[in-house]
Design a binder for this molecule. Structure first.
Ligand SMILES: [Zn+2]
Length: 71
């Protein structure tokens, strides 16, 4: 059994300006970005990380997810 909270990145369209957690770039409204979501649990949007498409393409989901934050 896993004793850490598994998360994944889900591609979404921004409904408001969103800052990329990795590079600090602003994702404008109606642009695509990747939001971290919990697998099998609800990850609060305040602690969910957001990534721009550039970072996602550059690093990939596995690298971004591996830098697990400590809750
Ligand atoms: Zn970025």
């Amino acid at each position: 059994m896993m004793n850490w909270m598994e998360t994944r990145l889900v591609r979404k369209k921004a409904v408001e300006k969103t800052v990329c957690t990795n590079c600090g770039k602003i994702v404008n409204e109606n642009s695509w970005f990747y939001r971290e979501e919990g697998v099998g649990f609800h990850l609060h949007s305040l602690i969910a990380r957001n990534y721009c498409e550039e970072c996602y393409k550059k690093h990939g989901e596995n690298v971004l997810i591996k830098t697990q934050q400590s809750f």
